[in-house]
Design a protein around this ligand. Structure first.
Ligand code: NAD
Length: 261
């Protein structure tokens, strides 16, 4: 538990399921006030809000497409209207689809870039504008991926978007450090969420993935949300511009295990 988070206000994009939902649950345990964004899964978001309220927490679900600038402004407005302030903005919403690059339509490319990268820019910009206007510090956490570092054939738009998220985070961390605004990325490896449901339900694909993880297991959403909670709290107060890999060692070149190579 991080006592400094109590009563603070956070926006979480893509909070209706998966990692975003786990972040909402964890930050609710920290007694934060939460705006839980969803794009199409209203029920998922409402269920998360109900679960939080049943446990005595405070949260509101809000529809917004993170790729739309008016929608993102609406998310900020909901935070201010309901909770009076904004302390933390988490750009978690993301998507992927598999397609060979030579067969990728411009629409495929644009869709992934718009949600993963442009959505992160729009969310960060809304939060930055608010904190600068108020002349107060702030905290942004961006959900990147091990694929900001590991190339991923047939997902080139996704890898490009996450590489972009990492460098965008580092750049704005530097740009706003003197204002007391921290910006960090979290890069998960293979985590058990709906985005991977099909892949992990196939024993062969599950075994293939585990082979790439030195710790020999798939990660839990709660292991990502625990890292997010630490970055949200002042316990990490001197950390900015960093990318934390929550990946069971996936980025450690597992093929070199046991002295190979
Ligand atoms: P998920 O598919 O379970 O959840 C993604 C969330 O993003 C959903 O709530 C979805 O509604 C939301 N979303 C998608 N498009 C949106 C839009 N236009 N506007 C608003 N919300 C939108 O996936 P997840 O595994 O929970 O992924 C969460 C984040 O973590 C993503 O950014 C993903 O790229 C990243 N990530 C996940 C893994 C993993 O193994 N699960 C690994 C690395 C990175």
């Amino acid at each position: 538990m991080y006592n400094d988070l109590k009563g603070k206000v956070a926006v979480i994009t893509g909070g209706s399921k998966g990692i975003g939902k786990a972040i909402a649950e964890r930050l609710a345990k920290e007694h934060m006030k939460l705006v839980i964004n969803y794009n199409s899964d209203a029920k998922g978001a409402e269920d998360t809000v109900k679960m939080i309220k049943d446990k005595g927490g405070d949260a509101v679900a809000t529809q917004a497409n993170v790729g739309d600038e008016n929608d993102v402004q609406h998310l900020l407005d909901v935070a201010i209207d309901n909770f009076g302030d904004l302390d933390l903005w988490i750009n978690n919403a993301g998507m992927e689809n598999q397609v060979h690059t030579h067969e990728m339509s411009l629409a495929d490319w644009n869709k992934v870039i718009k949600v993963n990268l442009t959505g992160t820019f729009l969310g960060a910009r809304a939060a930055l504008r608010y904190w600068i206007k108020k002349d107060r510090p702030g905290n942004i956490i961006n959900m990147s991926s091990v694929h900001d570092q590991i190339p991923w054939p047939t997902f080139s738009h996704y890898a490009a978007s996450k590489g972009g998220v990492k460098m965008f985070s580092e750049t704005i961390a530097l740009e706003y450090a003197k204002r007391g605004i921290r910006v960090n990325s979290v890069s998960p490896g293979a985590i058990n969420t709906p985005i991977n449901a099909k892949k992990f339900s196939d024993p062969d694909q599950l075994a293939d993935t585990k082979e790439m993880v030195p710790m020999d297991r798939i990660g839990k959403p709660e292991e990502v949300s625990a890292t997010v909670a630490w970055l949200a709290s002042t316990e990490s107060g001197y950390v900015t511009g960093d990318t934390i890999y929550v990946d069971g060692g996936m980025t450690l070149y597992p093929e070199f295990e046991e002295g190979k190579g």
